[in-house]
Design a protein around this ligand. Structure first.
Ligand code: HPA
Ligand code: ZN
Length: 386
């Protein structure tokens, strides 16, 4: 799908070793002067962007949550202060994150709630100059609470349709398996989605824990999804036990088309070679909590980028992390990495390259990105590096 230079295995292994030694000392990759001023911020804000890793359930603002709890008569999260306090006091780690995430997603009950969440997300994407997005949604998290699949999906799809028309953003949907649930439940989700499968571009995975719920658990579900026409993505949160082993499973057993997170790949040089060989794209998500000094994973993303891997930046759960939506995340990443405008453009180009659309449509997005970057003084050769 993606035209890229293929590197030999020995070249890559040598390059990765060299990068590991030098990357912490090195800043940007080319001679362009690093600019962390307002000019850089304006450049990043105005850039046309693609967002490929975004959980609908993580985009509920405190205001939206309170509005929904009030209209649904729910007895928690009735004030913005309560939501903010709960966010600030989350336990560390993925499971602590998920505890809060589940509680806030559970306020959504009606078709209208799903419509509103989707519509306001797309409005936010537009404010961030995101022109294309893939949005994850978690049917099992809702149907397991007694919400009808058709109410949930009907609200999401109608919100998407109306907001796409209003804001001119193209949005595709990726349905996620909650990995801690049963295989039967995942098959049931595919059954429920069957009649609307053409409105869903991909099947992914999320939730947790990942350890004990590896990709191979869902081998048969993924195989059926492939037959039904879905693209496939694996979700590998950073620094969970056996992450590298699970990424290999996603590649070799599931034969996924894209990887969400997956940044621990940099720990295994052979895996980096394999990712390059497959032109596999990773949706990185250098989120930051209020207690973190800087976005997480900047060094890992820089190393993967330096090794020629297609890695992009994505906001994941923008209302649940201080990084927020994509423009702000790009700014925080740039400040932490000292990347140049050309380097930042490359990370956004990687997202456009990883979109599951025909080449002609991807090329049109990339032409717009190139036009914008060049008009802002970026040397395109420094973006592609190949
Ligand atoms: N990891 C796992 N599950 C999730 C995430 C995540 O980052 N966000 C929402 N659900
Ligand atoms: Zn995620």
């Amino acid at each position: 799908m993606r035209s890229t230079v293929r590197y030999s295995k020995s070249f890559l292994l040598t390059a990765i070793a060299a990068i590991s030694l030098t990357v912490s000392a090195c800043s940007a990759k080319n001679d362009e002067t690093v600019d962390t001023t307002d000019d850089m911020r304006a450049f990043l804000a105005g850039m046309p962007k693609a967002e490929l890793h975004l959980h609908l359930e993580g985009t509920l603002s405190a205001e939206t949550i309170v509005e929904i709890t009030n209209r649904n008569g729910i007895d928690y999260f009735t004030t913005i202060a309560e939501v903010e306090q709960a966010l600030a006091n989350r336990p560390p780690g993925l499971m602590g994150f998920l505890e809060h995430h589940f509680k806030s997603q559970n306020v959504m009950q009606t078709r209208q709630d799903f419509y509103d969440a989707t519509y306001s997300l797309i409005e936010k994407l537009h404010e961030n100059n995101v022109v294309y997005a893939d949005v994850f949604f978690d049917p099992q998290a809702h149907t397991s609470r007694g919400i009808a699949f058709n109410d949930m999906f009907g609200g999401i799809d109608a919100g998407r349709r109306d907001a796409e028309a209003k804001f001119g953003v193209t949005v595709n949907l990726i349905m996620c398996i909650n990995r801690e649930r049963s295989v039967e439940s995942a098959f049931e989700m595919l059954d429920q989605a069957y009649s609307v499968r053409e409105k869903i571009i991909g099947l992914g995975m999320d939730s947790g824990p990942e350890y004990g719920n590896p990709p191979v658990k869902y081998e048969d579900v993924y195989a059926r999804a492939r037959e039904e026409g879905y693209f496939l993505t694996g979700h590998h949160d950073v620094d969970v036990r056996d992450s590298v082993k699970h990424i290999w499973q996603s590649l070799e057993i599931i034969d996924i088309d894209r990887i969400d997170h997956g940044l621990n790949a940099i720990d295994d040089p052979e895996l980096v070679v394999e990712l390059a060989r497959r032109s596999m794209c990773l949706t990185g998500s250098p989120v930051k909590r209020s207690t973190d000094p800087a976005p997480q994973d900047v060094d890992r993303i820089r190393k993967l980028d330096s090794a020629g891997i297609c890695v992009s930046l994505n906001s994941d759960d923008p209302e649940e992390f201080e990084t927020g939506y994509l423009t702000n995340m790009l700014i925080l990443f740039q400040e932490a990495s000292d990347y140049t405008k050309a380097d930042m453009t490359r990370l956004v180009l990687n997202a456009f390259n990883a979109i599951w659309l025909p080449d002609s449509e991807k090329d049109a997005y990339i032409a717009e990105l190139k036009k914008y970057a060049v008009a802002n003084g970026v040397e395109w050769n420094n973006v592609t590096l190949n």
